[in-house]
Design a protein around this ligand. Structure first.
Ligand code: SF4
Length: 585
């Protein structure tokens, strides 16, 4: 087909630069077109996406090929041409596959899911599809925390870590008589959610009253998330396709430890990936050794890297292999001089840390079990190791926040800068402190899931205040995310299936969310700025992530009293800090 020629050319060009992609004959296999709803450049840097691709193709009975959103410069032409969306590996139309699976990592990509469906010639809404269409499966962390805004578009939501899902999907596919039978078989398995199998009842005030399984569907009252139980016998997720055409170039990304036991009250990733599971040291190092010919740089993926019991040994061996190492954000409480020395030796010049706020009081509100003294002591270690730059993450709009807390962000940053300058003197070169400030979006599946987001005028005031506090400080650069951007992200995070028309409208109008709200009448304030503590059912209650409501409620109460819940590991080592729990806030 001539209209498809540019797509084929592009796919062949991309493949020619790749190492590690999989080509399999389609005959007799379950065919999965796996989409990352953003460009190739972004998607190929995503470890979750690469992992699902590898897991699918590890099954002899499955062939999985990739699909991406074309770059912006080509998107309009491709849409106008009406050419069918093709996979990268064999340049087969997506419509010819059995399953069109999406790995979604960011709320911002929800509109791209619809664009890809349109390009593939598949109806956007599940109710409009027939047995001629591939089964549309939507997965990825943001969707299994709260899949509801995407519910009308998914035949099935994968509420699961990929490792726990693929064998049951294949089993059900092999045994099923037809599409309906496949869906019924899948809902009998843990981790699969079929939104169309539920009728959502609403109360008069617009809140959800109940999710009612439809008769004859055998759908369970709640869908239990499926997760990998133990990691001792599992290969760590790692880059399997190397290409220079990505954000991280040919960097080997490898997951070292999953989860974080710190229990920060706002952190959906911390709660969602419990319990903490470390991947085996031997397998991490084996994979790193195999990948060394293709990669000089290794990205250690984890939200709590130093929770790995063998982290020092892992780093030592990686440095010995000649890798330069990029750690993800480091948790300060576990940093040691040895870890810092190894990072510096591997060429790292910047460390990223997340104080979240400038005051100890507010850190007790969010349960970040760190004090300013500890942060400054850690910064001293960091700069003494020869690392020159610091990247900092802060939040605004934390419950009980006052102007004093904003001033405390400036004061802490100044103290950190002083530490940087002190150590820079001997080198004769001063580094940079780069701060990133984001409004807090209360997230589903956290202790803050009932909280309204702080109203936009108040957040705007705080943004201006922090901007003026940070202005003109030498060697310090702050970027502050606008409240508007966060509002629509919050809507997609906290909404339910009634938000879907706004996603459709924003996809049609090129991402103008304000116009999409006006056109569809979706009330963003209802979903974002409302106190949900009296709601009978929250939109994301349909998925049971394993954490108990009573625990979250107790944590929310403790937040208002500025009390910590120390994770077991820190209870002992920080016994000296326990006294602060009894201070009056
Ligand atoms: S320390 Fe970081 S990763 Fe762990 S729970 Fe807190 S914010 Fe989340």
């Amino acid at each position: 087909m001539t209209q498809s020629w540019p797509q084929r050319e592009r796919a062949r060009e991309l493949l020619s630069k790749e190492v590690g992609y999989v080509r399999k004959p389609h005959g007799g296999r379950m065919r999965v077109a796996l989409a990352f709803p953003n460009t190739y450049f972004v998607g190929m840097s995503n470890l979750g996406f690469q992992t699902v691709y590898t897991l699918f193709n590890a099954q002899a009975d499955i062939v999985c090929e990739r699909v991406f959103l074309p770059p912006k410069t080509e998107l309009a032409a491709q849409l106008a041409s009406g050419a069918p969306l093709l996979t990268i590996e064999s340049q087969t139309p997506v419509r010819d596959f059995d399953i069109f699976a999406f790995s979604v990592s960011f709320e911002w990509d929800y509109t791209n899911v619809l664009t890809l469906l349109r390009m593939a010639g598949i109806p956007a809404r599940a109710e409009d599809r027939t047995h001629h269409d591939p089964l549309v499966m939507i997965g990825g962390a943001v969707t299994f925390v709260n899949p509801e805004p995407l519910a009308p578009f998914a035949d099935i939501v994968a509420a699961s870590e990929g490792e726990a899902l693929i064998p049951s999907l294949l089993g059900a596919f092999r045994a099923a008589q037809d599409r309906d039978d496949l869906l019924r078989r899948l809902v009998a398995e843990r981790g699969f959610y079929v939104p169309a199998f539920y009728e959502v009842k609403y109360a008069d005030d617009g809140t959800i009253d109940a999710f009612l399984p439809r008769e004859g569907t055998t759908a369970p009252p709640v869908v239990r998330k499926a997760a990998l139980k133990a990691t001792e016998a599992v290969d760590p997720p790692a880059t399997t396709i190397f290409t220079p055409e990505t954000e991280f170039g040919s960097r080997l990304l490898i997951e070292v430890v999953r989860g974080c036991a710190n229990l920060c009250r706002f952190c959906w990733a911390g709660y969602n990936y419990l319990p903490v599971r470390a991947f085996p040291k031997e397998r991490i190092l084996e994979r790193a050794a195999q990948a060394r010919p293709h990669s000089q740089r290794i990205g250690l993926v984890s939200i709590a890297l130093c929770d790995h019991p063998d982290i020092e040994e892992i780093l030592t061996t990686l440095v010995g292999m000649g890798y330069s190492i990029s750690p993800a954000s480091l948790r300060l409480d576990d940093l040691t001089p040895t870890i810092l020395r190894l990072l510096r030796e591997s060429g790292e010049r910047t460390v990223t840390i997340a104080p979240e706020t400038g005051s100890d009081r507010l850190r007790r509100v969010i349960n970040k079990t760190l004090t300013n003294d500890e942060i400054l002591a850690a910064a001293d270690l960091i700069f003494a190791s020869g690392i020159e730059n610091l990247k900092l993450y802060f939040m605004l709009g934390i419950p009980t926040e006052t102007d004093e807390d904003l001033v405390a962000i400036r004061d802490l940053t100044l103290q950190l800068r002083d530490a940087m300058v002190k150590h820079a003197r001997s080198r004769g070169h001063v580094g940079r402190i780069v701060g990133s400030v984001n409004p807090l979006v209360p997230k589903p599946g956290t202790a803050y899931q009932w909280l309204p987001m702080e109203d936009d005028r108040s957040i705007e005031r705080k943004i201006s205040r922090v901007r003026s506090l940070m202005a003109g400080i030498d060697n310090v650069y702050f970027t502050i995310k606008s409240e508007r951007h966060s509002l629509y992200q919050a809507l997609l995070s906290l909404g339910d299936r009634r938000v879907a028309p706004a996603i459709e409208a924003a996809e049609r109008n090129g991402g103008n969310w304000r116009a999409a709200m006006a056109e569809t009448g979706v009330d963003a304030d209802f979903f974002v700025f409302r106190d949900r503590s009296r709601d009978r059912v929250l939109p994301w209650d349909i998925i049971d992530g394993g954490m108990k409501d009573a625990f979250f409620r107790a944590e929310a109460d403790k937040a208002m009293r500025a009390e910590w819940t120390l994770p077991p590991k820190r209870q002992k080592e920080n016994a000296r800090l326990l006294a602060t729990l009894h201070e009056t806030p």
